[in-house]
Ligand binder design. Sequence first.
Ligand code: NAP
Length: 305
Amino acid sequence: MSQQVYQRVALIGLGLIASSMFWAIKRGGLVGEVTGYARSAETRDTARRIGLCDRVCDSAAEAVEGADLVVLCVPVGAMGPVMEQIRDALKPGATVSDVGSVKGHVIDVVAPLIPEGVHFVPAHPLAGTEHSGPESGFAELFDNRWSLLVPVEGSDPQAVARLRALWEGMGAHVDEMDADHHDLVLAVTSHAPHLIAYTMVGVADDLRRVTDSEVIKYSAAGFRDFTRIAASDPTMWRDVFLTNKEATLEILGRFTEELFALQRAIRTGDGDHLHDYFTRTRAIRRGIIEAGQDTAAPNFGRTSE
Ligand code: NAP
């Protein structure tokens, strides 16, 4: 049964997250009309061709006109400049939200640009793939995944509740968190792991030259999973590291200490240390599966090799 949450929603930026939101919104019948805008004519043309958004506009200001909810779906470093383009066109009483992977920085640059009478409720869906662009989205992306709302001081409870209803309608579970906590948690669960994957793939690529491409040819599951993560959008991830600097550096510092301890255990033949460590990490994996956030199927449920 359809349950309309907003009359009109504008999606600014039409990549993986925005296109998935559009298809999930349509699936749930959650919004009367969805407008969309992307900066390049190429993306706008693609969106029109595949029916992404009810109306694709040629300016961000036109897209947000009359919208009850505006969602900024651009890289974190582009949130401020995009906000500058739309601020004068926002409808009084509208809510501005975003889906950026870093919250502290987005709040710092966007909140001061929010006009009087407009609500600001930052958000971050913890769902994604290594693909990007308008054709990469799908309605199920947020099903059973978390979407975190990060209300700022003075956020209107009704505006927060309505955004929560939209995310729930798109299939997500919703939690609220403050920005600093969000950025630290994400540094541990997403940002540092991405940097480690980028590094591992970079090291393998350097080695490839001495192993005559065997690294690629015989790439085993562990390395292949690193390459999938390291194929993520370069602009998005550059912005994540530039804007979640402190938390990422804090986690990388801890990571380096642990890595040195494991390195030392290998050097000194301390099997107990290694075994205890791997037993603890295995339990974490079990916890993730029990929480319904991944599959226990071998090889992440891949059916073909
Ligand atoms: P995406 O597929 O790469 O799409 C990005 C969109 O932003 C495109 O429409 C692009 O326009 C536009 N854009 C890029 N740079 C811009 C700029 N400087 N000014 C204006 N528009 C610009 O990205 P995405 O994966 O949907 O990510 C969007 C946001 O969601 C990011 O803030 C990211 O941190 C966050 N997020 C991503 C994931 C994930 O796993 N991918 C998960 C959760 C949250 P053109 O197409 O015209 O270039």
